[in-house]
Design a protein around this ligand. Structure first.
Ligand SMILES: Cc1cc2nc3c(=O)[nH]c(=O)nc-3n(C[C@H](O)[C@H](O)[C@H](O)COP(=O)(O)OP(=O)(O)OC[C@H]3O[C@@H](n4cnc5c(N)ncnc54)[C@H](O)[C@@H]3O)c2cc1C
Length: 426
């Protein structure tokens, strides 16, 4: 890889998500050479992917070019590369554009989809973990309406307009709400001659309630909001398979052309991590300094890291706030190490959680307060606007949301790149 060799120790960062980005921005580049690698040339703001999938936002408003963020930072080199393997003995990484040695390595590769070994779901359901997947979903949703309006067969129309969302965590809840708003407010304008009463949104959850990770009251409120919008909720329901357009569960079956998988994630990482350092959820086990247990030159941050404690026996939640706090923490500690100062363990500061269901419908849990409804919705919007990377993106998203608030018609429903389901041979 074409990176200059200098006197300074080299830190290689794999992944420019919330953790890698925060670390890269906060590390002292006068003391280290920083090499940043990501398979994409942009950072993705995953919490708003569902709005891209439901044609509420364009992808460029939730993605930001990495070169634009780090381009002016001294001693920092970005390469668009997929890291394939880590050779811990040689202190070297292997990528699709060449090899590179490191003094310190920061793994921040995030999480991928977890289909829990259900092959038929993996083959045919639609995940939503990346911009590409969100755009695929958007194309498929819009194409299904174009196909439905051209069909004389009621059963075919029902199948095309039946959407099954699996997993009622924040992502599933937010997406179901967005689909319901499409049905209620947007699609009647686009398809006045289509019987939209045939469109149904089923939200399937294995746990006894939606937003199972949140407080019972927030969960009950989200349930109420979803029902108000017309989402059909099926709790205590486990998906078994999705074959020939039929979702089989432990209770009823659903005929649907679109199944959206929002039910599980697992850590993703290059080859070269020893099996005994990989724990629950395919995450890499690290100590309270975010350090790999038997290799002090490797640090792991964000979704892919597993720090277990009495308070969090299953590891910290896979959240942007955890990833970002770890990135900031590690940069601070590395800056202290080079200044020969002492280090302290990482402590996660839980600032709360929130989810939105639709316009004026959200639930927010802060440390001391829990609230829901219109105020919660404005808080949700404000927090997400502030967390977006880049002033331009904030302005675009703000304008979009304001326009939609009054008009519900943003004109983003373009099928630019039709969705083509992969065959098993691809
Ligand atoms: C749909 C959705 C909604 C979410 N909503 C919320 C929310 O509302 N609030 C919240 O707090 N959290 C939310 N999350 C979770 C949050 O996005 C993650 O916790 C956070 O992104 C984790 O940050 P990270 O830095 O660990 O990984 P990521 O942000 O996933 O970044 C990983 C980076 O690594 C790169 N990468 C991976 N493998 C390689 C490789 N081998 N070589 C090179 N590059 C690689 C990827 O391209 C990516 O840029 C949501 C997640 C999803 C998918």
């Amino acid at each position: 890889m074409n990176i200059p060799n200098v006197e300074l120790p080299r830190i290689v960062i794999i992944g420019v998500g919330f953790a890698g980005l925060k670390f890269a921005k906060d590390i002292d580049t006068t003391k280290y050479q920083i090499v940043v690698l990501d398979k994409n040339n942009f950072h993705t703001f995953q919490p708003l992917l569902y709005q891209v999938a439901s044609a509420g936002l364009e992808p460029d408003s939730i993605a930001y070019p990495i070169r634009k963020i780090l381009g002016k930072q001294s001693n920092t080199f970005f390469r668009m590369a997929e890291v394939l393997e880590i050779d811990q003995t040689k202190q070297e990484i292997k990528t699709n554009i060449g090899n590179l040695d490191y003094d310190k390595l920061v793994i921040a590769t995030g999480a991928g989809n977890n289909f829990f070994g259900i092959d038929s779901i993996q083959a045919s359901a639609m995940p939503m973990k990346s911009i590409v997947e969100a755009l695929n979903l958007r194309s498929k949703i819009l194409e299904n309406f174009e196909r439905a309006i051209n069909s004389n067969d009621k059963e075919e129309q029902k199948k095309l307009m039946n959407f099954v969302v699996v997993g009622a965590g924040p992502t599933g809840v937010e997406l179901s709400g967005a689909l319901a708003e499409l049905k209620n407010k947007v699609l009647p304008k686009d398809f006045p001659d289509l019987d939209l009463k045939l469109m149904r949104i089923h939200l399937i959850e294995a746990a006894p309630r939606v937003l199972n990770v949140m407080d019972k009251k927030s969960s009950a409120n989200a349930n109420k909001f979803l029902k108000k919008l017309g989402v059909e909720i099926h709790t205590d329901t486990q998906v078994k398979s999705y074959l020939n357009g039929c979702v089989e569960t432990n209770s009823e079956n659903f005929i649907a052309d679109t199944v959206i998988w929002a039910a599980g994630v697992k850590g993703q990482m290059p080859e070269g991590i020893k099996a005994d350092t990989i724990g629950r959820g395919n995450r890499i086990i690290v100590n309270e300094y975010c350090q790999l247990k038997d290799n002090e030159n490797i640090y792991v941050l964000g979704d892919v890291s597993l720090i277990q404690s009495d308070l969090y026996p299953n590891g910290l939640p896979m959240l942007a706030s955890v990833a970002s706090q770890q990135g900031a923490y590690l940069a601070k500690m590395m800056n202290r190490i080079v200044a020969k100062k002492s280090t302290i363990p990482f402590i996660y500061k839980d600032k709360g959680s929130m989810a939105t269901v639709g316009k004026n419908l959200a639930v927010v849990e802060l440390k001391k307060f829990k609230f829901q409804g219109t105020f919660a919705w404005f808080v949700w919007m404000f927090v997400h606007l502030m967390l977006l990377v880049g002033f331009r993106n904030r302005v675009i998203v703000f304008v979009n949301w304001t326009w939609n608030y009054f008009k519900y018609n943003n004109g983003l429903r373009l099928i630019i790149r039709p969705f083509r389901q992969k065959t098993t041979n691809e």
